[in-house]
Design a binder for this molecule. Structure first.
Ligand SMILES: [Zn+2]
Length: 328
């Protein structure tokens, strides 16, 4: 009995061991296999996704290429248009300058006052001071000539030293309104007087010189003033102020930028027609070509016989587009 149960016990143990071995074998075979299948599937889908992304990328790339081409074409077209526009500007500026030239013919009779047989030329700079004032002063110093600056109050707050430099370096300083805003300065006589006092006081306090000469914004012949210009001229005369217009325009106020060469030609072509030539130029941050033209203008004038360059004073022969009444 004992022997039987012992043999039975061993058989069972062997069967159990077999089951354990088979199960273990099954587990160790199945898990890697399942893992391999799973990885295989992942690889398949990932490579599909990758292929899709690559295809999309290629499409984007070709679109980008196309866009770049279009962009290149457009910017070439834009460059061409810019060139054409600049050409048109040049032509318009030239036409404008030529028109101003014909205006000069109309005012040829003013400035014809021969006294000492010497032609007097007055270089005047409006609307300053500006970033160019220093450069203009250096050029004037280089040639040893004095000019006239009709200043506004625009730089008053930030650059008072520019007003002082004009006076300290021996040039004339005149008024050209404080604000230079036509609608404000010319709104009515009271506004004009207020603005006039403001610029006169400012120049006087800043430079120590009380100015006695004035240039109207737009000149005394401007057609934009809402106030009768005769009234304003008379007011200045009563204040002991002489106003000055010009009989030669550099044309640098043109909306279309003029070349330095064009400005020089505009200034020089009519100087010989006057015994007293007042040349209008601008001291403004956007008028770099005026500064560029200045040495050539001065040289051209100094080359003329019996001609000198002078600063405007109260006693200078007044060049006026509109006659003022006599100062008492
Ligand atoms: Zn002006």
């Amino acid at each position: 009995m004992n022997d039987i149960s012992h043999a039975e016990f061993r058989r069972r143990r062997v069967r159990r061991l077999k089951r354990i071995i088979v199960t273990a074998f099954f587990i160790f075979m199945t898990i890697p296999l399942a893992l391999a299948i799973w990885l295989g599937c992942r690889l398949y889908t990932t490579s599909n996704e990758l292929a899709e992304i690559t295809a999309q990328y290629m499409v984007q790339l070709s679109i980008t290429d196309e866009l770049n081409d279009t962009l290149d074409e457009r910017s070439a077209e834009a460059d061409e248009l810019k060139d054409k526009l600049n050409e048109a500007y040049d032509r318009m500026a030239e036409m404008e300058a030529d028109n101003e030239g014909s205006d000069v013919q109309d005012v040829r009779d003013i400035g014809d006052f021969k006294d000492d047989g010497i032609r007097h030329v007055y270089l005047t700079f409006d609307d300053g001071p500006s970033i160019y004032t220093g450069k203009i002063l250096d050029i004037l110093d280089k040639y040893g000539v004095k000019a006239t600056f009709f200043v506004t109050g625009e730089e008053a707050e930030t650059n008072p030293e520019r007003y002082r430099a004009i006076v300290e370096r021996g040039h004339s300083i005149g008024m050209h309104s404080f604000t230079h805003v036509y609608s404000d300065v010319y709104k009515n006589k009271d506004n004009f007087i207020k603005d006039f006092n403001k610029i006169r006081d400012y120049i006087s306090e800043t430079t120590g010189v009380t100015p006695e000469i004035y240039r109207f914004p737009g000149g005394s012949s401007n057609t934009v003033s809402a106030t009768d210009m005769d009234e304003l001229c008379d007011y200045l005369t009563d204040e002991g102020i002489v106003y000055f217009d010009w009989n030669i325009s550099s044309g640098d106020a043109s909306h279309y930028p003029l070349s330095a060469d064009r400005i020089k030609r505009n200034c020089l072509k009519n100087v010989a027609n006057f015994d007293n030539a007042v040349i209008l130029m601008h001291d403004v941050s956007t008028k770099g070509t005026t500064v560029e033209a200045l040495p050539g203008i001065i040289e051209g004038i100094l080359d003329m016989e019996d001609t000198e360059i002078l600063p405007i004073t109260k006693d200078t022969v007044p060049i006026q587009h509109r006659k003022s009444k006599e100062i008492e």
